[in-house]
Design a protein around this ligand. Structure first.
Ligand code: GLN
Length: 501
């Protein structure tokens, strides 16, 4: 199997001119073009395959801008463990992809460097914050890409672009080389064209890394990634009932401090649009047709997910982003009165409005005398959310002899399909985008794996759903989706060409 470099190069530039997925793309020398190894077929191996890396994950010698003006000129002096492992397996980095600044957003529009468009309709967003990675995979420029998921940033753009998005269990993949946004929530995740590929990539990048003390190997009792059971074996899937969603929305609104209009806006933003609801129903019907048993479940603590997520994420962000002071990294002002002035000027000019907002929110919830009211309360809620998921799915240590009641949970990813800009339709306000993180952020709060996959199209735009699993049960999720994909192949946008075996 070989790719004709000139044709591939032309294909990449044609798509890239429309979607703007990359912050930096390597110049491809046709003479040195890697040959695909035979094991790359059907996602079995990675030899010779190009991949894209979100520009908040380090690759030596390439950009590490995080979508920020502050780091626009930074070149990474080292390579992230996940990338290194993929390179060792024979894959190669094509380039660095666009993202919401420091991973903060759901559209990739908070990037200070460029705009990324959705390959299905270039007047719409690709989602975020790993929008560039999702768009590059959807367009067929690369068969897979790395992203990061702190509250949904791999799964949400995957669902907007009609590709697969895996957020692994917390700690399953080393975060060494990922620029920190909210360290206790985030993971390096995978965007891929097929389930087999996603599995092959995960197999390579997972595992304990001495450079990240939070990383770990999967417990020996967790399901093996390449097991003996056929992927289609029947499972019990818990389904978040419509009633449970409605209840979560009502309480979400009541729990938000603000005017009745603000509360109503929050509930409206998280309400599934009709097409997304239909996609969810379709997924249920198909999973049942594949022989799985579906049971309705309620997750009472779901309603607290968004406030807890934004309290913890912004608190951690305010600490993590303190390192960007103009002294050690990034663009600094030509002149400053004293060190404090240097930091002020660097941050004022370097950070965009969403990042500033989050740093302010984070310092607000952490300020002395108020930690009990916000941060510590959010941590208690987080513990509650984790235990309600563990009751359904089982615990991370696989110690209990009692079998959990569900093998996986089916949930929506995001309440809307890819939203527009200007005349392509209404965009979502930054506030609505945050309320809409309801369905994705709980997996991060609980540290669980979640896999988003496409179920179909509505109005020419992809619809996605996600399966959540017990910690370190990625194999179960991949099995379920692999069998689903065999029965209902994933869609591709017009102009897509399958280069990858
Ligand atoms: N939309 C969420 C946020 O803005 C998720 C971001 C992420 O996962 N990096 O924080």
């Amino acid at each position: 199997m070989s790719i004709i470099p000139e044709i591939y190069r032309a294909y990449c530039s044609q798509w890239e001119a429309q979607i703007g997925a990359f912050i930096e793309m390597k110049a491809l020398d046709p003479a040195a073009f890697p040959v695909l190894s035979p094991d790359a077929s059907q996602g079995k191996g990675l030899g010779g395959l190009p991949f894209a890396v979100k520009d908040n994950i380090a690759v030596q010698g390439l950009s590490l801008s995080c979508g920020s003006k502050l780091l626009e000129e930074l070149r990474s002096p080292y390579t992230a463990t996940a990338v290194q492992k993929l390179e060792d397996a024979g894959a190669w980095v094509l380039g660095k992809t666009n993202l919401d600044e420091f991973g903060m957003g759901s559209s990739t529009d908070t990037s200070a460097l460029k705009q990324t468009n959705n390959p299905w309709d270039t007047r719409r967003v690709a989602g975020g914050s790993s929008g560039g990675s999702a768009a590059a995979v959807a367009a067929g420029i690369v068969p897979f890409a790395l992203g990061s998921d702190t509250g949904g940033s791999v799964r949400q753009p995957a669902s907007f672009c009609g590709v697969l998005g895996l957020k692994p269990s917390y700690g399953a993949v080393s975060r060494y080389g990922l620029v920190a946004y909210a360290s206790s929530l985030e993971c390096i995740g995978i965007l891929a064209d097929t389930t087999a590929r996603c599995r092959a990539v995960f197999q390579v990048i997972r595992g304990k890394d001495p450079l990240d003390q939070t990383s770990q190997d999967a417990p020996s009792a967790s399901p093996p990634l390449y097991g003996t059971e056929p992927p289609g074996a029947p499972k019990v899937i818990g389904v978040l009932s419509a009633q449970a969603i409605a209840q979560a929305l009502a309480t979400l609104a009541r729990g938000i401090e603000g005017s009745p209009e603000t509360q109503e806006a929050a509930a409206a933003a998280a309400l599934l649009e009709a097409d997304v609801q239909q996609g969810f129903e379709l997924a249920k019907t198909r999973l049942a047709a594949l022989g799985h048993r579906l049971v309705d479940v309620a997750i009472p603590s779901l309603k607290y997910g968004v406030p807890a997520y934004y309290t913890i994420a912004t608190a951690e962000a305010s600490a993590n982003l303190a390192r960007f002071d103009g002294v050690r990294y990034g663009r600094r002002p030509a002149w400053a009165e004293n060190p404090e002035d240097l930091i002020d000027k660097t941050r004022e000019a370097g950070f965009g409005p969403e990042v500033k907002l989050r740093i302010l929110l984070g310092t607000f919830v952490l300020r002395s005398g108020f930690q009990d009211r916000y941060y510590l309360r959010a941590q208690r809620i987080r513990a509650g959310i984790r235990s309600s998921f563990e009751e359904l799915l089982g615990t991370a240590d696989y110690g209990s002899s009692q079998a959990p009641c569900c093998d996986a949970l089916l949930m929506p990813v995001f309440p809307t399909r890819a939203f527009g800009r200007g005349d392509a339709g209404e965009s979502l306000s930054p506030f609505a985008q945050k309320a809409a993180d309801l369905y994705t952020c709980c997996a991060n709060l609980a540290g669980l794996p979640a896999l988003a996959f496409p179920v179909g199209l509505a109005g020419g735009l992809p619809l996605g759903v996600q399966l959540l699993g017990r910690a370190f049960s990625e194999a179960t999720l991949l099995d379920l989706v692999e069998a689903y994909e065999q029965a209902y192949p994933f869609p591709h946008p017009a102009g897509y060409q399958a280069f990858w075996p």
